[in-house]
Design a binder for this molecule. Structure first.
Ligand code: TYM
Length: 333
């Protein structure tokens, strides 16, 4: 069955292994299936929900495009564009924010995590961001949305918004209710310094993540310094519930080598972490170093990256502007 795929990545710098294994790797597979129509969005409107340096943001937008391409997304097969250039996203977000309920947004755990203790000082954008995300998806009638596990709740909200819009305005099936595409395993890559925390761009210590722009030495060094525990490598999957760092590293290894977690456990069972870490670093270098080199090369040609975005914006606009016109008619404008 042909799928309409939509997903987005924030251009906030430091794209990392979590973004890659949780989402971008999946984008590449979906892009390679000729039956799919894929749209990958650099969500710059989402990025400004927390303060961004304007000059850095410009570069991060290009770096995100470069990362997509370096990872294997073909801009001839997929639409790659930046959100702020397609006005329908902001318009759609407003209309849908009048459909979404406060009670629904109040349940969003990511807002609670990101806003921290002082949520009175968080931007309104940070609070309403899942509604913008719903607009992103619904404007393109996306049937499937590949994301990491942390976006699951936002996708459920998107489904609720679509259903409520269709019901409120009596337009059955007008907004396509999308299916999340979340990998069963390894959809949440954790920090290298704390197996209970998600690997993230905002974590202060750079040693907590493998950036997609890291070079060989940086990757090897970060894996050497990755937190483990004093026991030998686990012998049974049941041990992993208590040994979060081992679980995360074995998960990363399994995801990179496309193997089952059980098999990776068997391979390294009872060995020292140092032996396992060497192999893990080797797999990471094989996978990430070529991407990192390609990103750096692509970033030298700003014109090329800008042209991809321009082309993508034009194509995205053709789809989204039609949908937003229908939405406006439906609500009575
Ligand atoms: P963002 O930019 O935080 O992350 C981009 C993608 O990477 C995934 N991800 C992870 N996966 C596994 N382990 C991790 N540690 C990890 N960290 C990040 C995310 O789940 C995501 O798939 N709101 C979204 C962007 C967005 C979007 C959309 C996505 C905006 N509009 C529409 C899908 C459809 C976000 O902030 O992702």
């Amino acid at each position: 069955m042909s799928k309409k795929i939509f997903s987005g990545v924030q251009p906030t710098g430091n794209l990392h292994l979590g973004n890659y294994l949780g989402a971008i790797k999946n984008f590449v597979d979906l892009n390679n299936d000729k039956d799919n129509k894929c749209i990958f969005c650099v969500v710059d409107l989402h990025a400004i929900t927390v303060r961004q340096d304007p000059e850095k943001l410009k570069n991060n937008i290009r770096e995100t495009v470069a990362t997509f391409i370096a990872s294997g997304i073909d801009p001839k097969k997929s639409i790659i564009f930046n959100q702020s250039r397609v006005a329908a996203h902001a318009e759609g977000a407003w209309i849908l924010s009048c459909v979404a309920r406060m009670g629904w947004l109040n349940r969003m755990t990511q807002f609670k995590e990101k806003a921290g203790k002082d949520k009175e000082k968080a931007s309104i954008g940070l609070y309403s961001y899942p509604v913008l995300m719903a607009a992103d998806i619904l404007l393109y009638d996306a049937t499937h949305v590949p994301v990491g596990d942390d976006q699951k709740q936002h996708l459920e909200l998107c489904r609720d918004i679509a259903q409520k819009f269709n019901n409120d305005f009596d337009v059955e099936n007008f907004l396509q209710v999308p299916e999340p595409l979340i990998q069963k395993e390894f959809s949440r890559i954790m920090s290298l310094k704390d197996g209970s925390k998600k690997m993230s761009k905002s974590e202060l210590s750079d040693l907590s993540r493998i950036n997609l722009t890291d070079n060989k030495d940086e990757i090897i060094n970060k894996i050497k310094k990755a937190k483990t525990d004093p026991l030998p490598m686990p012998q049974d999957i049941k041990e992993l519930d208590e040994r979060l760092e081992a679980k995360n590293l074995l998960g990363i290894y399994s995801s990179l080598t496309n193997s089952k977690l059980e098999n990776s456990i068997k391979n390294f069972s009872g060995k020292n972490f140092s032996e396992f870490k060497e192999q893990l670093a080797e797999e990471l270098v094989n996978k990430i170093e070529p991407i990192s080199n390609e990103i750096k090369k692509l970033l030298e040609d700003k014109k090329f990256l800008d042209e991809i975005l321009l082309d993508g914006v034009e194509k995205a606009n053709m789809i989204a502007s039609k949908k937003i016109e229908r939405i406006k008619e439906i609500v009575g404008f």
